[in-house]
Design a protein around this ligand. Structure first.
Ligand code: HEC
Ligand code: HEC
Length: 343
């Protein structure tokens, strides 16, 4: 055969082969675009589709009525059991915060001490009291500290309503979802003392529009006080110095996952370091003082390292317990007491 003709024939064959290969792969791409593989790992699927119980799922019976009351109490605490309550004997909370100001989305938001699953974790051992504590006692811990008030009677309608709401939110929650919703998400703590002047600058840039100067919050407009648009973080109408939010590590964890408003644990708006300095700054604001704090944590070794009030089972300064660095204190408890501390 003519060598030129031979070359042409080879080239044509090559082109045909290339075209076939191209058609094959286009087919594959077309197929997977329109018929994507149905296979998905089971675990991922439950996490993706799992949603907290919604209000429309509340049963239409007496128990449902109680659950709704609990939900309402969490969102408008002051109006029912606080300073704005009509019945003066029910003014048990001492400030105008709502439980839902810290337990966001009425306790249904990840990274804000969610109530989803909480009823399944009590009774549990509590270091602050050094004994087994019930869910009622835990709620009263927030009543006396975060709400700067008095305990709510355990057999009261209000307590039963809040418990009913938490139990309803905790029903049939898969284990991995309970873990996801539980407590606060840890932050990586800088190994330096928190810098309150840096915290102040960050606060002014990212928080002050809503929470105001010195964290006094923003009241709902009107001649008579009816509550807050943005709750206070400082001053006489907020959590007291015995509250968890008054510890830098706890506050940093809350801020990282929730603030500025709209932030979430998986889409935070401040870095771990920023949250740490801001937390220290807001904990320089004046606030109500809890009495008898020295009786907290009868076993002093169980006290969180960032508890800003003594007595402690160590010789670190009050300043360091308040503003860090916390790692040396944690290492001390590991070494001396074989206790691993995260807060
Ligand atoms: C100023 C913020 C704040 C307010 C207001 C507040 N809490 Fe809390 N609450 C906390 C913090 C902080 C924790 C500890 C979270 C952690 O470390 O996991 C907590 C924990 C709890 C827990 C235990 C959660 C768990 O997973 O173990 C319950 C239940 C609870 N609060 C109920 C309430 C109720 C009910 C109210 C209103 C009467 C309330 N809280 C008001 C900050 C607050
Ligand atoms: C756009 C307004 C807005 C901004 C900005 C904002 N917050 Fe908040 N913050 C809120 C609202 C609203 C709540 C109450 C949430 C609820 O009830 O759902 C809240 C709650 C809080 C709480 C718990 C309740 C309390 O009164 O103690 C803290 C602490 C807090 N914010 C700190 C911060 C910090 C620190 C920043 C800046 C990094 C910040 N916030 C930025 C609106 C804001």
């Amino acid at each position: 055969m003519d060598p030129i003709l031979k070359q042409v024939k080879r080239l044509t064959q090559l082109i045909y082969t290339l075209m076939l290969v191209l058609i094959f792969f286009s087919g594959l791409i077309y197929y997977f675009t329109y018929y994507p593989p149905a296979f998905q790992p089971e675990q991922e699927q439950t996490t993706a589709v799992w949603l907290p119980a919604s209000l429309s799922d509340i049963p239409a019976n007496e128990q449902g009525k109680l659950i709704r009351e609990g939900y309402e109490l969490i969102l408008n605490t002051s109006r029912h059991i606080g300073p704005l309550a009509e019945n003066a004997t029910r003014r048990l909370a001492g400030n105008n915060l709502s439980c839902g100001n810290c337990h966001l989305d009425a306790g249904r938001k990840i990274g804000s001490g969610s109530f989803i699953g909480v009823a399944n974790r009590f009774p549990q051992f509590r270091g602050r009291e050094n004994k087994q504590g019930t869910l009622e006692e835990r709620i009263n811990g927030c009543m006396e500290r975060s709400m700067n008030g008095h305990v709510l009677e355990e057999d009261s309608r209000e307590m039963k309503a809040m418990i009913a709401y938490m139990e309803w939110l905790s029903k049939d929650v898969p284990d991995e979802i309970q873990t996801l919703y539980k407590g606060y998400k840890p932050v990586r703590l800088p190994e330096v003392k928190a810098d309150t002047s840096m915290g102040r600058q960050l606060y002014e840039a990212k928080c002050m529009v809503c929470h105001g100067n010195d964290g006094r919050g923003q009241r709902i407009a009107g001649e008579v006080f009816t509550g807050y648009v943005y709750p206070p973080l400082g001053g006489e109408d907020t959590f007291n110095d015995g509250a968890g939010m008054n510890r830098v590590i706890t506050a940093a964890e809350f801020i990282k996952s929730n603030m500025p408003y709209g932030a979430t644990y998986d889409a935070p708006q401040v870095t771990d370091e920023e949250a740490y300095h801001i937390a220290a700054y807001i904990n320089t604001f004046s606030r109500p003082s809890k009495s008898d704090k020295d009786k907290d944590f009868p076993d002093r070794t169980l006290k969180p390292v960032s508890t800003p009030y003594g007595p402690w089972a160590d010789d670190f300064t009050p300043e360091q317990h308040k503003f860090g660095p916390f790692q040396p204190i944690m290492e001390y408890y590991q070494r001396e007491y074989d206790l691993t501390k995260s807060k």
